[in-house]
Structure formats: structure tokens, C-alpha cells
Design a protein around this ligand. Structure first.
Ligand SMILES: Cc1ncc(COP(=O)(O)O)c(C=O)c1O
Length: 384
């Protein structure tokens, strides 16, 4: 069978850039000791590397302060930290139907344990939230607005700057989940007027798994949610309160931080806009090609430059899991099937029972691959 066509970059980007990862291992072999805990050369170098990585991440995402770049295990970890660290009993949160379970589940947990309340704003036929709906949903008790920047089911990108404007006018912090947008389209915390932003390293940034981050603005009040060693104030039983240590405990994921830092360098060198243009053109070619085949339902298009390079599809009445399995077994095409951890999107799409398959493109996909995927889908639709 032909080489695999990987279209599951929305889950994690693949393949990873070999040279970048070789460099990551080389660097780790030089400085891979416990950062910030010793005064020998390598420990100081490791600490300095982390400091510079915070600066790089803050620069890349328009964060106001490198000291307020918190390294986390992934986006889920960052979102848990942001939500559990800030919400108190009686708080009200406005969020959207495009959210991933990494926002919906912590919020549900807090509804049960801290008696917070949540309002969910719907999206339109293009997968876009109307900022006016957010404005109308704000109450005097609203203490946070949490918005997914780019949908991991539809690829639609939310008007976060307009939402940020509304939040700023009401004095309410905006938390942005940039898991799908980070590394694919420009993400700038300052331009969005976001008070907190979460990203993950292993998707469009092409870093390793196990690393992500939470960037905080000066107005975002947040408490520690985990406690332990920081290498600072070790006599005290109270966890270090200065940033970033307030929200980080234990030995850092230095390999991940090196990988993330090199990934940002690589991305900047290749050019984010150039990569996005290429990916979005391929996504549009795939969408338009599939749109011409009868029996295929598409969700999330038409694909424009104001999208991330992913969308969903079905060949009813076939179950998306079966469609995904056939694409894999008969055509060596890797896609994700099911609800994509975003159940409310499917409620609105009417695909809540089974979900969809998702095509998510990456920097290594080619025109030829897209032609093969269109052909494969045509053959399956005809058989159906
Ligand atoms: C929109 C969105 N938010 C959050 C996440 C969680 O990311 P991670 O797996 O890095 O925690 C994902 C991953 O699929 C996502 O698509």
C-alpha cells in the first residue's frame, strides 16, 4: 500500500521535523539537569535556557510578561490551572458551544464543587460566535469569559479581538484557548485584550508532546493549584507566591521546553504565514473537491484564509468510526473520527450521536495526497 497520508494534525502534528528533534536531544544531552536547583554550570545553563524560553513564548504570543509564562504539560493542564486557580463560589462564566472538553469538564466540575454557574453561547452556520451574544450573556456575577480561538471540529476562527473589547469594557478577564490556532495563525494576547491564553506545543507548533503553557496578564488573579518544590524559599511551608513559580512546582519538563523553543525558532524561520497559506490552500482544495461528490456532508466550510486548516465530514448513514476505519484500512489515510472532545459542537450540527470524521492538515501534506483523499472519498461514497 502507498505511504500513509496523515490528516490528523489537529490531534497532534505528524511527522515532526527530524532536524529540530535531533537538535532537541543534543541540547538536552548538554544541559539536561535539574534547572534552578544548583549552582554548577549546567544547572545555571538549564535555568537560563528556561528563562529565555519564557521570553520567546511571550514574544511569540504577544504576552505582556515572560515571568507570567507558565509551563504546563499541555493545553488541558493549562486550562485546568486557569479555571481551577481563579474561579470562586458564586462566580458566573460565559463560554461557547465550540469549547473542547478541556474547558467544559473543568467548568462542570466547578459547577458541582464550587457552585459556579456557566452560560454557553451558540455559534452560527459558519461556526462563528456573535460577540453581541457574549455581551448579552454577561451578568454582574460574570467573572470570566472563556473562548476557544479556533474550533477543532469546524476550523472556524472566533472574533476574539471584538470579544476582548467587550470583556475589557466590562472589566471581565478573557481566557483564550489557542490550542488549534497557536502556530497556525497569528495569536497575539495584547491584540485580543486577553487576560489569559493557553497553548499546546504538539499541534501546529510542531513541538513534542508533554509541553504547553499558560500566559497571564497582570490583571489575572490566580492562586496556586499545586504545591511543592520550586528551589526558592525552601524553609517556608507556604508555596512560593512569585510568578512563575506560584503556578509551577517540581522539576521542569526541560526536554519539552527545549523542544518547544526550537519549534518556535523553526516556525519563525519557515514563516507562519507562508505555512498557513499552503495548508489552507490544500484544505480548501480538499473541501471543494469533496463538496462536488454527492453523498458527502461537510461541516466547517467554505475554507477561507480566516480558518485553520481543518474541517469535518460524513457519508451518511455510515458511522464516522467506520468511515475512518475504511480510510485507514483500504486507503492508508489517517483521520480522526467521533466527537473530537467537543460534544456541544455536535449538538448544534446535529451530529451529536456519532460525530464526524475530521480532516486536519499539516505542513507536510501535498497536493498529490489531497487528490488521493478526494478519490478515496469518492469511491467510498459510491459504494455506500
Ligand atoms: C480546542 C482544543 N482545546 C484543547 C485541546 C487539548 O489539548 P492538549 O491535548 O494539548 O491538552 C485540544 C486538543 O485537541 C483542542 O483542540
Amino acid at each position: 500500500m502507498d505511504r500513509q497520508i496523515y490528516l490528523d494534525n489537529g490531534a497532534t502534528s505528524w511527522p515532526k521535523p527530524r532536524e529540530q528533534f535531533d537538535k532537541m536531544v543534543d541540547l538536552f544531552m548538554q544541559i539536561g539537569v535539574s534547572p534552578g536547583r544548583g549552582s554548577y554550570d549546567q544547572a545555571v545553563s538549564a535555568q537560563e535556557y528556561i528563562r529565555q524560553a519564557r521570553e520567546k513564548v511571550a514574544g511569540f504570543f504577544g504576552g505582556p510578561d515572560p515571568e507570567r509564562v507558565i509551563f504546563t504539560a499541555n493545553a488541558t493542564d493549562g486550562l485546568n490551572l486557569a479555571l481551577l486557580g481563579t474561579l470562586a463560589p458564586g462566580d458566573h462564566v460565559v463560554t461557547t458551544a465550540t469549547e473542547h472538553n478541556s474547558v467544559l469538564r473543568p467548568l462542570y466540575h466547578l459547577q458541582k464543587t464550587r457552585e459556579i454557574s456557566t452560560s454557553v453561547v451558540p455559534f452560527d452556520g459558519q461556526g462563528i460566535i456573535d460577540p453581541e451574544d457574549i455581551k448579552k450573556t454577561i451578568t454582574p456575577r460574570t467573572s470570566l469569559v472563556a473562548v476557544n480561538h479556533a474550533s477543532n471540529v469546524l476550523g472556524s476562527v472566533q472574533p476574539v479581538a471584538e470579544i476582548g473589547e467587550i470583556c475589557a469594557a466590562h472589566g471581565i478577564p478573557l481566557l483564550v484557548d489557542a490550542s488549534q490556532s497557536g502556530g497556525q495563525i497569528p495569536v497575539n494576547m495584547a491584540k485580543m485584550q486577553a487576560s489569559a491564553l493557553v497553548f499546546t506545543g504538539h499541534k501546529s507548533l510542531y513541538g513534542p508532546t508533554g509541553i504547553g503553557g499558560l500566559l497571564l496578564g497582570p490583571d489575572f488573579t490566580i492562586n496556586s493549584t499545586r504545591f511543592g518544590g520550586t528551589g526558592l524559599e525552601s524553609k517556608s511551608l507556604v508555596h512560593t507566591q512569585t510568578f512563575p513559580h506560584r503556578l509551577e512546582a517540581g522539576t521542569h519538563n526541560l526536554m519539552g521546553i527545549i523542544g518547544l523553543s526550537l519549534a518556535i525558532d523553526n516556525l519563525l524561520q519557515l514563516g507562519l504565514e507562508r505555512l498557513h497559506d499552503k495548508e489552507i490552500n490544500l484544505a480548501a482544495k480538499l473541501y471543494d473537491g469533496l463538496d462536488e461528490i454527492s453523498g458527502i456532508e461537510l461541516y466547517g466550510g467554505p475554507i477561507t484564509l480566516h480558518h485553520v486548516a481543518l474541517f469535518s465530514a460524513n457519508i451518511p448513514p455510515m458511522h464516522p468510526d467506520d468511515l475512518g476505519a475504511i480510510l485507514d484500512a483500504d486507503f492508508n489515510i489517517a483521520v480522526r473520527s467521533g466527537l473530537h472532545c467537543a460534544p456541544l459542537v455536535h449538538e448544534i450540527l446535529g451530529t451529536g450521536g456519532q460525530g464526524t470524521i475530521r480532516f486536519s492538515l499539516g505542513r507536510f501534506n501535498t497536493e498529490k495526497e489531497i487528490d488521493l483523499v478526494i478519490k478515496a472519498m469518492y469511491r467510498i461514497a459510491r459504494r455506500n
